[in-house]
Structures are given as structure tokens and as C-alpha cells.
Design a protein around this ligand. Structure first.
Ligand SMILES: Cc1cc2nc3c(=O)[nH]c(=O)nc-3n(C[C@H](O)[C@H](O)[C@H](O)COP(=O)(O)OP(=O)(O)OC[C@H]3O[C@@H](n4cnc5c(N)ncnc54)[C@H](O)[C@@H]3O)c2cc1C
Length: 389
């Protein structure tokens, strides 16, 4: 008698990556289970909730009104001296919990079986499948997609990869915050060492006010100081956040019978740490390879290596990006202000000529900063077309 696994695919973690993979695989007729440790999909939110219009088109999704909190015009970047620069790119601030629930419901309608309150605590490869052990039952499948976010469960349990380096992201949902429809990103290293601060507008005058920094112990203190300096008041509805991988993709994003997606694979945009578009695009790629694996009855490491080639071809050049970020983080407030002196205001469409003139001016005025000019790649790769948000 042939022993069948419970499912063809099993997905660990119901974040945007896991839910989107479940939808894509179920649409293709693959028998899929989605396992989530929390009692509700999408909660607690650990995200600034921004998603660009480019991402929505790139992922071919049509957002229902109920998941959109606010339409935004793009990103306003504010240097320590208060100078403002813009990337004009339309996008959304979501109700992220509703967004994730919406995808999960669509997946369920297509056949995904969802198991909540179910925490994976063991993974075992079998001769003809893979077994997930949880606080409730064990589940077997032909292959596993790990979308467990920054917990990076399969890397940890199977020793596949060293864990990502992380920054902390912490924010308050606040009321009565004025805004003009921009995502405001503050490059203020004194208050956000190796990170930045943000005011992300939501509907009804609410906003996510937060920061990322490597200074994990001081994050709350620094954020409170920012709120005081910006005179944002004290109408805090709730605080939330989490850790974000920021050292680029893990070395192995596939193994025999396993694919890693989203934060579980280290796919965040290194500069401003946006991860949802990357999470969902990697989900799409994993569903393509997963479907082909079922079709060919081949779950070997070699077969699954196609996934890594696929994302490498599409995702931004991480090596360049990480170098740019390192340069960026090494700058003091004073140096950042010097960089801002002759910078054109519209960062999203700098022409070659504008860049050359800017470089020349910087070389003449502040020659010692020229070796750090690579830091501008940080801005370039924060655009939505490079999966920035
Ligand atoms: C403060 C903050 C602000 C951010 N702002 C933005 C932003 O504005 N835009 C943007 O694009 N990105 C942003 N990000 C990053 C973004 O939230 C992540 O990149 C994205 O959520 C990754 O999706 P994911 O599905 O890979 O992982 P997650 O969303 O983390 O989902 C992983 C899921 O796996 C579950 N899980 C983990 N371990 C287990 C287990 N053992 N058993 C069962 N289930 C498990 C978790 O409960 C979770 O539901 C932000 C992150 C933070 C922390």
C-alpha cells in the first residue's frame, strides 16, 4: 500500500508570505495546510503597514477598500537639519491585520486548511515526506514552505542557516497627528542609531509613529524623545513592533523538501526594512516551484534550487545594498547634513546629469565625504520598483 502524506504542501506561519503562498498553491489545486501559532491571522500586527502601488501591481492583487487605511503620495525623507526630500510613489497604509485575513480567507475558499493556535516545535525529514510536530498534532506533507518570519523556524530547528542579524522595530499607534499624505522618514542618527524614525499616517488622524535601531535596549526611550521633540502629544492608542532581519538573504533558502520565504529567508529591504512586497513575491516564486515539484514528483535539493535562482534574478542586488547601508549608518548627523546641502528635492527621478552635478559639488565642498557617496544607493534601492516597500 502506498503511504500518502496528509498534505502535498504545508506552510509554516500565516504572515503575508505564508498566506499568499497558501492562496497561490491552493489556486493551483495543491492540497495545502497553513499552520499559525496565534489564535488569529494578522494579529498582533508587527508592521508599519505600508505597501506601494507598484507592489500591488507587481503582485497582481486588487486591494478591497476595507484593508486600506490611507492612500499616500510617497516618502518624505527628512535630514537632521530639517531639509526635506521626496520620492513620489503612490501607495497605501494598510490595516495589515485585515489585509492578511483577507488573503487567508481567499486561500481558505480555494481549499487551504488553516490551523490556528498551533505552534511548530519540531521538523523531521522522512523518506517520503516531511513531518511537522506541533503542540497539538503532527502533520506530514510532501514539502514544507517556511514562512515563519524572523523566528526562522526551519533554519533554527534543522540547523540550515545561521540566524539573520536583526534590528528592533518599535512603534505607537497615535491619535491627532497632522499629516499631508506622505510617509515621513526621519534620518536622525542621534535618535535612531543605525536606523531611522517614521510617522506613517492612517485614517481619522491616526498614525504609526516608530523607529528601527540596532540599539534595542534604548528603543522606547529614543522613540519617546522623538515624540517629545516633534511635539506629537501623548495620545497613544497602543504600542507594537518586533524584530526585523537586516543582514540580507540567508545562505540557503532551499533544501530537500523545503523552501524559505519572506523574513524566514531574510528578505527585507535593508535600508528602510520594508518586507511585505518581498515576502509576497518570494511566496509567488515558491508556489511556482512547489507546483512544479508536485507535477514532477521531485522534491530534491537540486530541483528546489531553481527557487534561489528565481529570486536572485528578480530581487535587488543585496551585496551593493548592504554596502550602501553600512556607509549610510556610519554617517553622523553633521555629515548627513553636508550630504543634504545640494541634493535635488525629488529623489525618485534623479537624472544622470543631476547626479553628476551633485557629485561634483560634494567633491568640491566636502572631499572627505566622497568615499561615502555610495550611501546614495540606499535611497535608490528603497524605491518600490526595487522592492523597497
Ligand atoms: C515595526 C515594524 C515595521 C515594519 N514596517 C513595514 C512596512 O511598513 N512595510 C513593509 O513592507 N514591511 C514592514 N515591516 C516588515 C514586515 O512586517 C515583514 O517583512 C513581513 O511581515 C514579513 O512577512 P512574513 O510573512 O515573512 O513574516 P511574518 O509576518 O512575521 O509572519 C510569520 C508568521 O509565522 C508565525 N510563526 C512563527 N513561528 C511559528 C511557529 N513556531 N509555529 C507556528 N507559527 C509560527 C508567526 O506567528 C507569524 O504569524 C515592518 C516590521 C516591523 C517589525
Amino acid at each position: 500500500m502506498i503511504e500518502l502524506n496528509d498534505y502535498q504542501s504545508i506552510i509554516l506561519g500565516a504572515g503575508p508570505a505564508g498566506c499568499f503562498t497558501a492562496l497561490k498553491l491552493s489556486e493551483k489545486g495543491i492540497k495545502t495546510a497553513l499552520i499559525e501559532e496565534h489564535s488569529e491571522i494578522g494579529s498582533p500586527v508587527h508592521c508599519g503597514e505600508c505597501l506601494s502601488e507598484f507592489a500591488v501591481k507587481n503582485l497582481k492583487i486588487e486591494l478591497p477598500e476595507k484593508v486600506i487605511s490611507k492612500n499616500v503620495k510617497g516618502i518624505k525623507v527628512i535630514f537632521p537639519n530639517g531639509k526635506e526630500f521626496f520620492t513620489h510613489e503612490n501607495g497605501y497604509v494598510l490595516e495589515k491585520d485585515l489585509f492578511e485575513k483577507w488573503i487567508a480567507e481567499k486561500a481558505e475558499k480555494k481549499g487551504t486548511e488553516i490551523f490556528l493556535n498551533t505552534r511548530v516545535n519540531g521538523i523531521e525529514k522522512k523518506e517520503k515526506g516531511i513531518e511537522l510536530k506541533t503542540n497539538k498534532h503532527s502533520y506530514t506533507a510532501d514539502f514544507l514552505i517556511d514562512g515563519s518570519g524572523v523566528s526562522q523556524v526551519s533554519s533554527r530547528l534543522l540547523g540550515l542557516n545561521k540566524p539573520s542579524e536583526t534590528v528592533i522595530g518599535m512603534q505607537y499607534l497615535m491619535e491627532e497627528i497632522p499629516n499631508e499624505g506622505w510617509l515621513e522618514f526621519y534620518l536622525w542618527p542621534d535618535l535612531a542609531p543605525e536606523g531611522y524614525l517614521w510617522i506613517i499616517p492612517k485614517k481619522d488622524g491616526k498614525a504609526n509613529v516608530g523607529l528601527t535601531t540596532t540599539n534595542k535596549n534604548q528603543a522606547k526611550k529614543l522613540l519617546d524623545k522623538f515624540i517629545e521633540e516633534k511635539k506629537l502629544g501623548n495620545k497613544i492608542v497602543k504600542s507594537f513592533g518586533g524584530l526585523i532581519p537586516h543582514s540580507g538573504p540567508l545562505e540557503k533558502t532551499f533544501d530537500e523538501r523545503i523552501l524559505l520565504i519572506g523574513d524566514a529567508a531574510g528578505f527585507t529591504s535593508p535600508m528602510f526594512e520594508g518586507g511585505s512586497q518581498l515576502a509576497m513575491k518570494s511566496a509567488e516564486f515558491a508556489s511556482v516551484i512547489g507546483f512544479e515539484a508536485v507535477h514532477n514528483n521531485n522534491y530534491s535539493k537540486e530541483f528546489f534550487s531553481a527557487y534561489q535562482r528565481m529570486w536572485k534574478k528578480e530581487f535587488p542586488p543585496y551585496e551593493k545594498l548592504l554596502k550602501a547601508k553600512k556607509e549610510f549608518y556610519s554617517l553622523s548627523s553633521n555629515e548627513l547634513n553636508k550630504f543634504s546641502e545640494d541634493l535635488p528635492y525629488n529623489l525618485s527621478s534623479l537624472t544622470k546629469k543631476e547626479k553628476a552635478i551633485y557629485g561634483l559639488k560634494l567633491a568640491l565642498k566636502h572631499p572627505h565625504l566622497m568615499p561615502k557617496i555610495k550611501m546614495y544607493d540606499s535611497f535608490k534601492y528603497s524605491l518600490s520598483k526595487f522592492y523597497g516597500w
